[in-house]
Design a protein around this ligand. Structure first.
Ligand code: NDP
Length: 244
C-alpha cells in the first residue's frame, strides 16, 4: 500500500495497459480516476473492479485528441479526487503504414491523441498537481526502434519521451518527477499476442513471449511510489529484451 492517500489520474484507463495501471495504483492505496474515449462499459467495469476490491475510482469520458474535452476530463478528475498527485498519460492509438501510404489525416490523428493530448492534459493538471507529484508517460519501444510501417507512430512516441525529459527539468524545482515507460509488445486489444503482429514478432523477443499489462503496471507503481524518489527524466524500456 505504498500509495495510500495519493490521488491518481490515468488517461485511457478503460482497457489494456491503462486499466491494469488503474487497478494496480488502486491496489497500492491510491484513489483513481480514469478517462476513456468511448467504451463506457469497459470504463465502468474498471471502476466496479476497483470498488469491489475496496478502492475508490471514477471514470470520465474525455477525448485526448480534443483539447477542450481533455481539459474537461482533467478538471472533472481533479474535482472528484480532490486534487492530484500522480498523472499517468497512457491514452494512445496506433496506426501503422509505410511513409508511401501515410496521409495528412493519419498523421494528424496520431499526433493529436498521442502527443497533443499529453501536452494539453499535463498543462491542465499542473496547477492542481501537488509538489512532489509524479507524471508518468506511456511511450513505446517504437520511439527508439523502427520497424517497417511504424515511422509516424514512432515519431509520436519519441516526442512523448522528449516531453518527459524536458518536463523533468522544468518541474524539478517543485520536485515533480517525470518519467517515460516504453513498452514493447504487450498483449492488449491494440496488439493481441494471437494477432498477425504477434504471430510475426513473438519469436523475435529474447524472452520469447508478449508482455502482460500487469508488467507495465508494476513499473508505473514503482515510478509513482517512494522508491523512485531520485528518478526523473528517465526512459524505462520494458520489452523483454526486444529493443535492447
Ligand atoms: P488499447 O487500445 O488496448 O487501449 C487504449 C486505451 O486508450 C483505451 O482505454 C481507450 O479508451 C483509450 N483511448 C484511445 N484513444 C483515446 C482518446 N482519443 N481519448 C481518450 N482515451 C483514448 O491500447 P494499449 O493498452 O495497448 O495501449 C496503451 C498505451 O500503451 C498507448 O499509448 C500505446 O501506444 C502504448 N503502447 C502499447 C503497446 C502494446 O503492445 N500494446 C506497446 C507500446 C506502447 P476506450 O476504451 O474508450 O476506447
Amino acid at each position: 500500500m505504498s500509495l495510500q492517500g495519493k490521488k491518481a489520474l490515468v488517461t485511457g484507463g478503460s482497457r489494456g495497459i491503462g486499466a491494469a495501471i488503474a487497478k494496480r495504483l488502486a491496489a497500492e492505496g491510491a484513489s483513481v480516476a480514469i478517462t476513456y474515449a468511448g467504451d463506457t462499459a469497459a470504463a465502468a467495469a474498471v471502476v466496479t473492479a476497483i470498488a469491489g476490491a475496496g478502492g475508490t475510482a471514477f471514470a470520465f469520458q474525455a477525448d485526448a485528441a480534443d483539447p477542450a474535452s481533455q481539459r474537461a476530463g482533467v478538471d472533472r478528475a481533479v474535482a472528484a479526487l480532490g486534487g492530484i498527485d500522480i498523472l499517468v498519460h497512457n491514452a494512445g492509438i496506433a496506426v501503422f503504414s509505410s511513409v508511401t501510404d501515410d496521409t495528412d489525416e493519419t498523421y494528424d490523428r496520431l499526433f493529436d491523441v498521442n502527443v497533443r493530448g499529453v501536452h494539453v492534459g499535463a498543462r491542465a493538471a499542473l496547477p492542481h498537481l501537488a509538489d512532489g507529484g509524479r507524471i508518468i508517460l506511456i511511450g513505446s519501444m517504437a520511439g527508439d526502434v523502427a520497424f517497417p510501417g511504424t515511422s509516424a507512430y514512432g515519431a509520436t512516441k519519441a516526442a512523448v519521451a522528449a516531453l518527459a525529459r524536458g518536463w523533468a527539468k522544468d518541474l524539478a524545482p517543485r520536485n515533480i518527477l517525470v518519467n517515460t515507460i516504453q513498452p514493447g509488445l504487450i498483449d492488449t486489444d491494440m496488439n493481441p499476442a494471437d494477432g498477425e503482429l504477434g504471430r510475426q514478432m513473438t519469436g523475435m523477443v529474447p524472452l520469447g513471449r508478449y508482455g502482460r499489462v500487469e508488467e507495465i503496471a508494476g513499473a508505473v507503481a514503482f515510478l509513482a511510489g517512494p522508491d523512485a524518489s531520485y528518478v526523473t527524466g528517465a526512459t524505462l524500456n520494458i520489452h523483454g529484451g526486444f529493443g535492447a
